[in-house]
Ligand binder design. Structure first.
Ligand code: ASP
Length: 325
């Protein structure tokens, strides 16, 4: 957990005791197992409350600024829904071309502006390290909703919560990550997170989309069992979590290179026949064609449920950084 709080002024008394109050969420590396257990517990309570009452006033009067420099459906709308379900409100800047960014405003200045109006800022930006720059410029908490090919920590947290709820535990699982492991930021965060739970990690990718060597090195240094493959066939039978990713077209400079790998894998009913009975298939979405529609009705297909878990996790994170959990 980060050591220093950005918010030394404590207008509501006992917020001081709330872990994560006033903190930024930039990288999954900030989280210990203890933090994760805490997030799962809060997210679970959020789920119970949403099922029971729908919307409640935990963050009444608080404002979230959703600043998206890259396209998003689930992350932006689930953060907005999370804030509104907690009784707060949202300033949405999804089309930065209509904001002062189009006039050449810098990221630090945009962030300094938004924090005059909002209590917390969620940011997605195409450059690695941008969320950290935003956080350094702001007094209010900043949450990284994807910094280019870097990280997507809140996705990894919701992925972990999904595994926790679906399989009962994260301990000692075999996780197979399939697809674009180079540009897919969600697997960068998830591999790091799963390393806290003694996971065995299989990376299945075309040669040019392999998991970055620095991540493999980092996890090797922690004693994580990792193996790279070109096909999923040899590992599907031992997989507890099959985590499928889209080939990230927008990160390719050359369309021909993209075309050469875009259809590298399709998870279909045939592959699922070779998978365990008790396992799950996940995908951060959007799906292009890497999971066949015929898999959707398989009870092991968890990717639509995963989106709903995301709402509860993002409610938990907003409540935490605003000192209400
Ligand atoms: N929605 C995820 C992300 O923003 C995955 C993807 O775009 O493929 O990273």
């Amino acid at each position: 957990m980060p050591v220093s709080s950005k918010n030394p002024i404590l207008p509501f008394g006992d917020q001081r005791t709330a872990p994560w109050y006033g903190q930024d969420i930039i990288s999954i590396k900030q989280f210990s197992r203890q933090d994760l257990e805490y997030i799962f517990a809060v997210a679970h309570e959020m789920r119970v409350m949403v099922e029971r009452v729908g919307t409640f006033d935990l963050l009444k009067g608080k404002i979230l600024a959703n600043l998206f420099y890259e396209p998003s459906t689930r992350t932006s709308s689930s953060f907005a829904a999370a804030m509104e379900r907690l009784g707060g409100s949202v300033i949405s800047i999804n089309e930065v071309r209509y904001s002062s960014v189009a006039k050449g405003e810098s990221l630090p200045d945009t962030v300094r502006t938004l924090e005059c109006y909002a209590d917390v800022i969620v940011i997605r930006h195409p450059e690695v390290g941008s969320a950290a720059i935003a956080a350094a410029s702001a007094q209010k908490p900043v949450i990284n909703a994807g910094d280019g090919v870097g990280e997507h920590p809140t996705q990894a947290l919701l992925d972990a919560f999904t595994i926790h709820e679906e399989l009962g535990s994260l301990e000692g699982l075999t996780v197979t990550m399939l697809g674009d492991l180079k540009f897919g930021r969600t697997v960068h965060s998830l591999a790091r997170l799963m390393s806290l739970y003694g996971a065995r990690l299989h990376y299945v990718a075309p040669e040019i989309l392999r998991m970055p060597a620095e991540i493999i090195r980092e996890l090797k240094g922690k004693g994580v069992a990792q193996a790279e493959h070109v096909r999923p066939d040899g590992v599907i039978g031992e997989t507890d979590v099959l985590y499928v990713t889209r080939v990230q077209r927008e990160r390719f400079e050359n369309e021909e290179v993209y075309n050469s790998v875009k259809g590298a894998y399709v998870v279909d009913a045939e592959l699922m026949r070779r998978a365990k009975e008790r396992m799950i298939v996940m995908h951060p979405l959007p799906r292009v064609n890497e999971i066949s529609n015929e898999v959707d009705s398989d009870p092991r297909a968890a990717y639509f449920r995963q989106m709903e878990y995301g709402l509860y996790v993002r409610m938990a994170l907003l409540a935490m950084v605003l000192g209400k959990a």
